[in-house]
Design a protein around this ligand. Structure first.
Ligand code: 5RP
Length: 239
């Protein structure tokens, strides 16, 4: 199994200024005293940077990171950290996404942090998703990352094929062999073409034995604000 062009790992990245715009905007939504879920990826990294500046200016927050990437970035910049076990209920989470549809359903997981991101999104009172314009589309059609227990890799691949999907084991870049998640598992990038019923697909994937979670995030739209960086300011999308 080899990575193919078009997998999330080789997707063309948006310019940094659009990501910075969205990330900085979201960081201004954080209020004193909040406990914040810190998402993973290159867009939310800008939110972490700006939040850290605000902490140096006197803002009191605690961050619950969704990955080693977020943890290292936030710790290095002086954001006090905590865990989901310290704070099972969070005020707000800020995260990125790979695709956002008109109903604010998401595909996430290019950074392989989808399982912790889903735990943090579920725990948050509000979810702020930071993206650039290219990620907002009418209908989800990108590959859906699925975190899978290595023990159950082949049964899960067969299960995804039975749903009409094409599952590709995500391979490391500057590491031989498969990507291993922060939880010690593998990631399958699963193409289904246009996803007509994302809720149903999320349910079916999530129920497969050996699947930790999938990158479809359909249950959070009511508490989601999408911040879209456009280059000349941000627009907010809510339901
Ligand atoms: C990581 C994610 C990321 O939030 C998502 O892939 C967006 O990343 P970026 O902002 O770098 O495009 O889901 O698992």
């Amino acid at each position: 199994m080899t990575p193919k062009d078009g997998s999330p790992g080789v997707k063309k990245q948006a310019p940094d200024d659009l990501k910075r715009e969205a990330g900085y905007y979201a960081a201004e939504m954080v209020e004193d005293g909040m406990v914040i879920g810190l998402g993973t990826g290159s867009t939310v990294a800008f939110a972490i940077d700006r939040m850290a500046e605000r902490v140096r200016e006197g803002l009191r927050v605690r961050g619950v990171p969704t990955s080693f990437q977020a943890e290292i970035r936030a710790r290095n910049r002086g954001i006090p950290l905590a865990t989901l076990n310290d704070y099972p209920e969070l005020d707000l989470a800020i995260d990125g996404a790979d695709q956002v549809d008109e109903s604010l359903r998401l595909i996430k997981g290019r950074g392989a942090a989808l399982t912790r991101e889903k735990c943090v999104a579920a725990a948050a009172g509000e979810l702020v998703i930071v993206v650039d314009e290219s990620k907002v589309i009418p209908v989800l059609d990108g590959p859906v990352p699925v975190e899978v227990l290595p023990f159950a890799l082949r049964p899960v691949i067969l299960g995804i094929q039975a749903l009409g999907g094409d599952a590709i084991l995500r391979m490391g870049i500057r590491k031989d062999g498969p990507v291993v998640t922060d939880n010690g598992n593998f990631v399958l990038d699963c193409s289904f073409g246009t996803i007509a019923d994302p809720e149903r697909l999320e349910g079916l994937l999530s129920l497969m034995p050996g699947v930790l979670s999938c990158g479809l995030f359909c249950a959070f739209a009511d508490k989601t604000t999408v911040v879209v960086g456009k280059g000349d300011g941000c627009r907010e999308l809510t339901r």
